[in-house]
Design a protein around this ligand. Structure first.
Ligand code: NAD
Length: 487
């Protein structure tokens, strides 16, 4: 098989297999072909991984932050050297075109290792608090064993975005990739060992929605960081809360992108296309509700249609391909059923809406789709579709569009296109979201915090802010005189 790893799991520095676990088939979305066969972790494998992380964490946390940082920076260097190979694997795992994976997937993982490796030497400092004669100091300490659970849309990036801050702060991690994309995380684990990380600080185990709860409820786990859907987030946060564990929740969205009539229309169309079609629309922060001012609606839609119909769909391994298939047949069926609902509920189909004729074979392809005349109550305007389906809604008034943009349980991201900078800041101030963009969309460099509000989650990934979610403060009061008591 094309992408069969040495074994299903990577524990304590080595590949480990247990064929008693349920079979997980890795399917190449462009052809439907099985490219690897792995096994979900059995309870024995889970115990082994957590025990290994628990043991390794003590040693790792005793290293100076600068020494840990050196390992992470080395891992970033190796990832960059192997960018081509890692990107090809990511393309097989997800079906995303190589044109994208080569610039956006392992590279963003490497950025994360480089960033946290670089800042950690000065980021773990505590403070000294004078109290007259006595004094106190604080230390920033790791939490212990962290569990990371990933979604299937950015497998390598998610494995790194959770691993890099967790490891930098002195934790060990057990990472479970999505059962749909099991391959990339194993390579990250291998690379960390090669970069000098002690065995057991970064373990990968395979599994599905039956495996996840066993990790979350394990008594030796101090924190869970999940990237997934809102329903899964509710279950995982609930289970973690019952044991008072720390959590980071990176969940779904239905983000608004507001285009005012003074915006640079071509630039706004680029933002809307990036925010709906990149990764075949499988991006959590996508601006899937595109509110376009009525005065520019016709121009916006006609240019958008032309540009959307020119997107090159095809073989993800061809460098020219701009859009690959969806990650799985189930996901494509889900998206097609939303397209049917859009048509049935009266939205106007501007382009797309089905399976492209240009590709043959068993791949899970779908056309980039634009609906216009979408209204707030329609299913396609309320629910996360997680595919290349853009909903264009009309508006006329600033206050009205802000209210409508916020009328959702989600709060992951939002965007505004306008030439009026006071308006841009006024509007983003009122939009309820964790990450917002002005005159661009979906750019998430590691330097900036990323995460959601409302039902889209809590905690932040990337930037120095992420370290706060992988460490806690320890306070030490130092008595300098005699200890006095009233009795
Ligand atoms: P999902 O919720 O189905 O699964 C996510 C992960 O959780 C998988 O690894 C799955 O095996 C695991 N899981 C499922 N049930 C579990 C349980 N009860 N306990 C523990 N683990 C469990 O999501 P998905 O379909 O893989 O990914 C798509 C979703 O992820 C979308 O909603 C998308 O918006 C979201 N997402 C969010 C971000 C973000 O950063 N906010 C990024 C990417 C994707």
């Amino acid at each position: 098989m094309k992408a069969q790893p040495q074994a299903s799991h990577f524990i304590d520095g080595s590949y480990v297999e247990d064929t008693d676990g349920t079979v997980i088939e890795s399917i190449y979305p462009a052809t439907g072909e099985v490219i690897a066969r792995l096994h979900a972790a059995t309870p024995q494998i889970i115990e082994k991984a957590i025990a290994s992380a628990k043991r390794a964490q003590k040693e790792w946390a005793s290293w100076s932050p600068a020494a840990r940082g050196r390992v992470l920076k080395k891992a970033a260097e190796i990832m960059r050297e192997r960018n081509r190979e890692l990107s090809e694997l990511e393309t097989l795992d997800t079906g995303k075109p190589i044109q994208e994976t080569i610039v956006a997937d392992p590279t963003s993982g490497a950025d994360s290792f480089e960033f946290f490796g670089g800042i950690i030497a000065s980021a773990m400092n505590g403070s000294q608090i004078p109290l007259g004669g006595d004094w106190a100091y604080t230390k920033r300490v790791p939490l212990g064993v962290v569990v990371g659970i990933g979604a299937w849309n950015y497998p390598q990036q998610i494995a790194c975005w959770k691993g890099a801050p967790a490891l930098a702060a002195g934790n060990a991690i057990v990472f479970k990739p999505s059962e749909v994309t099991p391959l990339g995380a194993l390579k990250i684990a291998e690379i960390l060992i090669e970069a000098g990380a002690p065995k057991g600080v970064y373990n990968v185990i395979q599994g599905d929605r039956e495996t996840g709860p066993l990790l979350v409820s394990h008594p030796d786990v101090a924190k869970v960081s999940l990237t997934g859907s809102v329903p899964t987030g509710r279950k995982v946060a609930g289970a973690a809360a019952s044991q008072l564990k720390h959590v980071t929740m990176e969940l779904g969205g239905k983000s608004p992108l507001v285009v005012f009539d003074d915006a640079d229309i071509d630039s706004a169309i680029s933002g809307a296309m990036l925010g709906n079609f990149y990764s075949t629309g499988q991006v959590c922060s996508n601006g899937t509700r595109v509110f376009v001012h009525k005065a520019i609606k016709e121009t916006f839609l006609s240019r958008l249609k032309t540009r959307t119909e020119a997107i090159l769909i095809g073989d993800p391994q061809d460098e020219a391909t701009q859009m690959g298939p969806m990650v799985s047949l189930a996901q494509r069926d889900k998206v097609l059923s939303y397209i049917d609902k859009g048509k049935a509920e009266g939205a106007t189909l501007v382009t797309g809406g089905g399976i492209p004729n240009s590709v043959t074979g068993e791949g899970f392809y779908i056309q980039p789709t634009v609906f216009a005349d979408v209204t707030d109550e329609m299913t396609i305007a309320r629910e996360e579709i997680f595919g290349p389906v853009m909903c264009v809604l009309d508006f006329e008034d600033e206050a009205e569009v802000i209210e409508r943009a916020n009328a959702t349980e989600f709060g992951l991201s939002a965007g505004v296109f306008t030439a009026d900078f006071s308006r841009a800041h006024r509007v983003v101030d009122q939009l309820e979201a964790g990450t917002l963009w002005i005159n661009t969309y979906n750019l998430c460099p590691v330097e900036i915090p990323f995460g959601g509000s409302k039902q889209s989650g809590f905690g932040r990934e990337n930037s120095a802010a992420a370290l706060e979610h992988y460490s806690e403060l320890k306070t030490v009061y130092v008595g300098m005189g005699k200890c006095e008591a009233p009795y």
